[in-house]
Write a protein that binds this ligand. Structure first.
Ligand SMILES: [Zn+2]
Length: 251
């Protein structure tokens, strides 16, 4: 996670002493808890203080952390993959429609819970999926699913395509790292898909950042299929991964 690099490079102690000491006390304790939490992943995302979560915005966008001091500003590389999970409400049962476990939260409690994840932070998360409870018959399903080894093969093929694509750009290794200019170059759409994306962005009020991220994910979905161009189905799948954008996020 963000601070693994600092920890492993021995820079953490310096960073902690300089950066944490400059934070106000209320932010400092939240930040320390956040650093500890990032060592094991971010489950129950809204349980972290909003101020601690907000520090992820810069590295999620720029893949670096900037420490500004009086005399100089230092950038540390902080390229990481954020994987986080959260419940739909404090009790965890909102939207399940299960009479045995009705949601006991008030609308105000749910709003307060969700609003700990700000809109701008959510905007920087490429893939957002709502996971429903697994029905009993599916729990007993013995049909073999695709193995991790087969999935890995597909991922490695897609990464090879991307390495070839960015062979002339030594600092770019995968679609996620594309600049806005590269997105225009490598994520071209046919007229029908272009209309679909325009409709989606306008209708859902998505940001320019979301536009770029939808195209990058669509490019990766096409790469996983070995398709040269982004097709409408790839774009539709990518749009479906912005499901929490469509829920009028309360941040
Ligand atoms: Zn609830």
């Amino acid at each position: 996670m963000i601070f693994n690099l600092l920890l492993h490079s021995g820079l953490y102690e310096w960073h902690k002493s300089v950066f944490l000491d400059e934070l106000p006390e209320y932010k400092r304790s939240a930040f320390k808890r956040f650093i500890i939490a990032t060592e094991s992943g971010l489950d129950e995302l809204p349980e972290y203080k909003r101020s601690a979560l907000e520090v992820m915005r810069q590295p999620l966008e720029d893949r670096k952390i900037t420490v500004a001091r009086t005399k100089q500003t230092v950038d540390y590389p902080a390229s990481f993959m954020l994987v986080a999970a959260m419940n739909p409400c404090p009790c965890g049962h909102y939207g399940e429609n299960n009479p045995a476990h009705p949601c006991t939260c008030t609308p105000a409690q749910i709003h307060r819970y969700l609003s700990r994840i700000s809109g701008p932070l959510m905007d920087r998360i490429d893939i957002q999926c709502e996971i429903e409870a697994v029905p009993y018959d599916q729990l007993r399903d013995t049909t073999p699913s695709e193995s991790s080894a087969v999935m890995r093969e597909r991922v490695m093929r897609a990464r090879a395509i991307q390495q070839q694509r960015f062979a002339g750009s030594p600092l770019i290794h995968c679609n996620a790292q594309m600049s806005a200019k590269m997105v225009r170059q490598y994520c071209t759409l046919d007229p029908e898909s272009d209309k679909l994306l325009e409709f989606t962005i306008t209708k859902l009020g998505l940001s320019a950042r979301a536009y770029d991220r939808i195209l990058k994910v669509a490019r990766t979905i096409a790469d996983l299929e070995g398709a040269e161009n982004i097709q409408k189905k790839h774009l539709l799948e990518s749009i479906s991964y912005r499901s929490l954008d469509r829920s009028n996020w309360g941040g």
